[in-house]
Design a protein around this ligand. Structure first.
Ligand SMILES: C[S@@+](CC[C@H](N)C(=O)[O-])C[C@H]1O[C@@H](n2cnc3c(N)ncnc32)[C@H](O)[C@@H]1O
Length: 222
């Protein structure tokens, strides 16, 4: 799913840089972040890898340092007293957009650990799918798997776009709605709920997983 690391070519000769900019770039050369040739600068391999490739993780800050996430941390005492954070307060659209690069390697590892490549034509429910990469990693490793992604409609717009970009949209199905109210369909061979259960209190977790297991799905929670 992750694209190749782009090779950073030397840029064309730039317009003359200000003295301040040259000083800054030269400092970054000394620090090992830029290479310099004449008046031109380009990223070193490592800087290119972390700043200008699919391995770039900096966008996660948009969710992790968002007002909604920071203000949730400011109410830590309430959360501890209640025993669970409120899942409704966070911006899951921003999460789906900006946390995907962090999730992709984990999702690929998890799909491989589940040995889905040899599982044949499986139907997989992805509860709280977000960006969708947990289900998409399974679809990538098993070309006959069908994934059923459950989440809010605005979040699933991002998941289906990621499914299109991964070339598996025809095997990627959307279930709009709330895990506790939507008809889940099934039965499924596998039910995923990645990074979901810790948002629920004990009673809600028991309710959700009893319901899933009662429908005869094999289940996995991580
Ligand atoms: C922490 S994110 C996890 C996303 C993805 N599974 C991952 O591992 O990165 C939690 C997701 O659960 C969704 N969600 C929250 N409450 C839900 C509910 N009651 N029913 C379905 N989805 C829900 C949110 O919209 C969000 O996309």
């Amino acid at each position: 799913m992750r694209g190749p690391i782009p090779f950073e070519p030397w840029p064309p000769t730039p317009a003359p840089l200000s003295a301040a900019c040259v000083a800054l770039c030269d400092y970054l050369v000394v620090q090992g972040h830029l290479l310099k040739q004449g008046a031109r600068y380009r990223l070193t391999f490592n800087a290119g890898l972390y700043l200008a490739s699919p391995a770039y993780l900096g966008c996660a800050v948009k969710f992790l340092a968002s007002d909604a996430t920071v203000s949730a941390f400011c109410r830590l005492r309430q959360v501890v007293e209640r025993g669970v954070a409120s899942i409704q307060e966070l911006d899951w659209v921003e999460y789906a957009r900006s946390m995907a690069p962090l999730a992709q390697p984990v999702a690929e590892f998890a799909a491989a650990a589940l040995e889905v490549d040899s599982a044949g034509p499986i139907q997989v429910l992805d509860i709280g799918a977000g960006h969708g990469f947990h289900g998409l990693a399974i679809a990538a490793q098993n070309s006959s798997a069908h994934i059923f992604a459950l989440d809010a409609p605005r979040v699933l717009e991002i998941a289906i776009e990621n499914a299109r970009q991964s070339g598996v949209a025809e095997r990627y199905h959307l279930i709009h709605g709330d895990a506790f109210e939507a008809g889940l369909g099934g039965p499924y061979d596998l039910a995923l709920a990645a990074n979901f259960a810790h948002h629920l209190d004990d009673a809600a977790n028991v309710r959700l997983w009893c319901f899933i297991l009662a429908k005869g799905h094999q289940s996995v929670y991580f």
